[in-house]
Design a protein around this ligand. Structure first.
Ligand SMILES: Cc1cc2nc3c(=O)[nH]c(=O)nc-3n(C[C@H](O)[C@H](O)[C@H](O)COP(=O)(O)OP(=O)(O)OC[C@H]3O[C@@H](n4cnc5c(N)ncnc54)[C@H](O)[C@@H]3O)c2cc1C
Length: 378
């Protein structure tokens, strides 16, 4: 039984089916249960993609393809590890022999004052994208809270789609956690060149509704009026269900390298999971974890191994690839910059390459340099 029909849930199902065509698989999902590429949501507006055109296959098609059953629009409200069952919203109990939690993550919401706070949108799934498309109809002006990866991607996409875009962030530069200052400045200039305006080092305090629009007040006293407010300040692993069941939870649902929780028959992967202390909410770690878990479930116990996994930032105005060093790693950035881009290499105190940020033409070196990076988990 897999709870969650996102990339993590479906990839485990697909990988497991390759190894075992017979054992019944059941997916329980709170959403529609269709399969789509979530990364596409932050670069779909400029090319006019609708929620329907983004959906690769609906739940019925997926069930047929993978020879399994899917319970869509069914939320698991309780797990009983000792009795090996889950309870669905409405009270129905279902028994499992192995349970895989692929619950994803929730967007973090800023605790803002004002009667406009409930109008703030965030896009973390296909339904959210549908809502964004609906709200954007007839509007011209969007403010994005957060200049991280998702915020910058939406800024690029919305600007190319013809909207006036302003981005607000408390940090002094875009992609503050991933780029050295010169890289952040380069990305900022390239996004400004397509019309994006940045308000950096700025704290948003409140949002009020003024007729059809929203009025933000920054801590500096500055007032910004907009039609649409999109929040992209980060995600928090969905851990409440596991926590209530007595499964160990830290930042995410704590699992070993075989993706096992403290209960032998309960596993977790994807955005909800913390694998030996690491929460890696990206596509590549999910693919590696799903392959390993499928093998374990098919009776070949397997530990997940993560190679270096650079992330492509989908900002066509400034092609960017990042492989940030661990937060605890001591070292320094060595930066080369020219008209065409920025090549920033992070070396540890022994002089070894342990991270990089490549922007513009420097991105052509991404594969050669990735081969020199150490594995994230051997
Ligand atoms: C806009 C955007 C762009 C991105 N771009 C990139 C990118 O370019 N590159 C990259 O590597 N990563 C990117 N990511 C991250 C990547 O998409 C995610 O890491 C990945 O899709 C997460 O998959 P998941 O299956 O873990 O979670 P989700 O896709 O969130 O799936 C969670 C599933 O669990 C279900 N669920 C939750 N609670 C319950 C419950 N109680 N009962 C039943 N079902 C439940 C949900 O309905 C859903 O089906 C992006 C993310 C976003 C939001």
């Amino acid at each position: 039984m897999i709870v969650g029909s996102g990339l993590a849930g479906y990839t485990v199902a697909r990988e497991f089916r390759k190894l075992d065509p017979e054992t019944p698989i059941q997916i329980i999902s709170a959403d529609h249960g269709g399969f789509y590429s979530k990364p596409m949501l932050s670069n779909a507006l400029a090319t006019g993609k609708t929620p329907i055109s983004i959906l690769n296959a609906n739940a019925e098609k997926m069930a047929e393809q993978l020879k399994m059953t899917i319970r869509a629009h069914s939320r698991v409200t309780e797990i009983e590890p000792i009795n090996k069952n889950v309870t669905l919203h409405g009270g129905e109990k279902l028994f499992y022999s192995q349970l895989i939690l692929a619950l994803g993550a929730d967007p973090i919401r800023l605790p803002l004052e004002g009667d406009g706070a409930d109008a703030i949108l965030s896009v973390n799934d296909l339904d959210d994208y549908h809502q964004l498309c609906t709200v954007l109809k007839g509007k011209k002006d969007v403010v994005i809270l957060g200049a991280g990866l998702i915020g910058c991607e939406f800024a690029n996409d919305l600007a190319v789609a013809g909207y006036r875009v302003r981005v607000i962030d408390i940090s002094a530069q875009p992609l503050g956690r991933l780029l050295p200052p010169s890289g952040g400045a380069y990305l900022q200039r390239r996004l400004e060149a397509i019309g994006v305006t940045f308000h950096l080092g700025a704290v948003t305090q409140s949002v009020e509704r003024i007729h059809e629009s929203l009025r933000l007040t920054l801590a500096s006293g500055e007032i910004i009026q907009t039609d649409v407010l999109l929040s992209a300040i980060g995600l928090r692993p969905r851990t409440a269900l596991a926590d209530a069941a007595g499964i160990t939870v830290n930042r995410g649902i704590a699992v070993s390298r075989s993706l096992q929780t403290r209960y032998a028959d309960i596993y977790a992967l994807g955005d909800c999971a913390e694998v030996e202390g690491r929460v890696l909410p990206f596509v590549m770690p999910i693919m590696h974890a799903a392959r390993g878990l499928a093998a374990t479930l098919a009776h070949t116990p397997t530990s997940v191994r993560y190679p270096a996994m650079p992330v492509l930032v989908k900002t066509p105005a400034c092609p960017t690839v990042v492989s940030p060093p661990d937060a605890e790693t001591q070292g320094e950035w060595q930066v080369e910059e020219n008209e065409g881009g920025v090549k920033a290499l992070f070396r540890n105190t022994e002089g070894n390459l342990v991270g990089y940020a490549l922007l513009g033409t420097a991105t052509k070196e991404k594969n050669v340099l990735a081969a020199q990076l150490p594995a994230i988990m051997e």
